[in-house]
Write a protein that binds this ligand. Sequence first.
Ligand code: GRG
Length: 279
Amino acid sequence: MMFDKYLNDSLNRITNSNVKKAMAYSLFAGGKRVRPALAIALMKAYGDQVERIYPFACAIEMIHTYSLIHDDLPAMDDDTLRRGKNTCHVEFDEATAILAGDALLTEAFYQVSLCKTTAEIKIQLIQLLSDYAGANGMVLGQCLDMEAENHNQLTVMDLQKIHENKTGKLLTIPLIGAALLSNHEKDINMWKEIGRLIGLSFQIQDDVLDVTSSTEVLGKNINSDLVNQKATYVSVLGLDEAIKLSNTYYEEAFCKMKELAIDIQPLEILLDKLSNRVS
Ligand code: GRG
């Protein structure tokens, strides 16, 4: 079964309502599925069955989708366009979008309960999601990002702290999750570092694409950082240095992967795609 079919079927147990419609709308609005792809690639690299990670990958995609719905709300970035479509609160309404985000976050933990693994590993997966997506992780990053809006003298170190949490933690969850599910706990510290590097690189690309791409290609309003007067890797380092730093981080991540006793190819292919992404 393909991952998107699993994701689609995961909604079968949800009672029909406007909230369910909004959850489905945002889950299937054309996301790139980068986080599930990382989890699947690592399962392959470990020689494990990819389907074993589907419930966990589904949980991550649900949390990712909730974060985007809430990030687009008027109280946060107030965005009207994502993935070339209306944002959730524009398509439905603000209250429904808030509830859809809440429901996706909650449903993620139901999905973890479906993982075919031991109770001990499920507890570790639950702790991982709570820690990395919550107030020690992605939510912390979002909070630091909001606080930073009032400071105009941000350094690269400040940006690093924000984005290791806001972007990096959610991109690290699939790697640690796959290591846990395929019984490679000894590799977890390495995946933490690799996830951090991929996360920073992914964020720098996001900042670069915001000034170099177009609304048509990106599916969202461009120059949003400039309009919101946000400090970004591009505003702090300049465009060329930002691109260089993004490539360096991807290379470092790749070098670290090579130190592990795994079949590197599935991750190499994915990392190559990510480092050349245009949206
Ligand atoms: C609201 C708790 C809360 C957190 C929001 C993730 C986030 C934190 C905000 C989204 C805005 C943003 C630019 C985040 C940086 C990470 C990023 C580039 C997200 C977009 O991920 P993609 O490109 O999205 O994987 P698709 O649309 O492909 O699923």
